[in-house]
Design a protein around this ligand. Structure first.
Ligand code: ADP
Ligand code: MG
Length: 245
């Protein structure tokens, strides 16, 4: 009898650890993410969420362990070759460039011809519903619109993975709820795999298919929002996601 080869996971974080000097920021983190999943990394400030996101993106190097995408080890591969889109909390748009130029920026080192570049910019702006805004300057847009430009910039590269670091934390409370829905719809429409960092349990529980609850550099529990809410693995997890006692 021949054994079936195990399916290769889409994103595999395998025993990743990270120290800054003496400080252990990530301790043996292992997470597997199937293609098309919306995963939230949820945990209190300082637990290592952003560091893990940067390691996946190639913007920080882990001390131990591996990150694989479709079975390919990303270790040592520079960020720009990973085809991973990243959106940080500070959208980091260039204030002196138009919306279109901002979105095109990520494409410039990809040697696409002009027509292909322009088509991708238009496509990405349509995806975030900013089709008519290409020639505006960032200062002429609301915070929510600027954030959508930042998302468009990461979508224009047609990323294998979309990473979002606290994407809602700079928005006012009223916008935050509608942008939650927008981001989730966008994920479904693009058909991407998304990893979103947040310290807000409501955000994680309402947006994600899978939630990984982190504390002090470890993953305490990973599962669907319902499973985590109904069967928290520890008292800390239950308290953090607001499960009934
Ligand atoms: P989170 O995103 O969950 O709030 P971070 O990943 O930003 O947490 O940080 C985790 C820990 O690592 C914190 O204690 C932070 O101070 C520390 N840290 C993050 N980046 C650096 C760095 N470049 N040098 C030293 N310590 C860092
Ligand atoms: Mg952070």
């Amino acid at each position: 009898m021949s054994a079936q080869p195990a399916a290769v996971p889409h994103l595999e974080i395998d025993g990743v650890s990270k120290r800054f000097g003496e400080t252990e920021v990530l301790r043996d983190v292992s997470i597997t993410v199937p293609r098309g999943t919306f995963l939230a990394l949820l945990g209190p400030s300082g637990c290592g969420k952003s560091t893990l996101l940067k390691i996946i993106a190639g913007l920080e190097t882990q001390t131990g362990g591996h990150v694989r995408l479709d079975g390919e080890a990303l270790d040592g591969m520079p960020a720009y070759r990973r085809d991973i889109g990243v959106v940080f909390q500070s959208y980091a748009l260039f204030p002196h460039m138009s919306v279109k130029e901002n979105v095109r920026f990520g494409l410039d080192m990809r040697r696409l011809d002009k027509a292909e570049s322009a088509a991708r910019v238009d496509e990405a702006l349509e995806l975030v519903k900013l089709g008519g805004y290409g020639s505006r300057m960032p200062s002429e847009l609301s915070g929510g619109q600027q954030q959508r430009v930042a998302i468009a910039r990461s979508l224009a590269i047609r990323p294998r993975l979309l990473l979002l670091d606290e994407p809602l934390s700079n928005l006012d409370a009223v916008l935050r709820k509608s942008v939650r829905v927008d981001i989730r719809e966008l994920h479904d429409r693009v058909g991407t795999t998304t990893v979103m960092v947040t310290h807000d349990q409501e955000e994680a529980m309402s947006m994600a298919d899978q939630v990984a609850v982190m504390a002090e550099g470890r993953v305490l529990q990973m599962g669907t929002p319902e499973a985590i809410y109904e069967r928290p693995a520890t008292r800390f997890v239950g308290g953090f996601v607001g499960s009934p006692p």
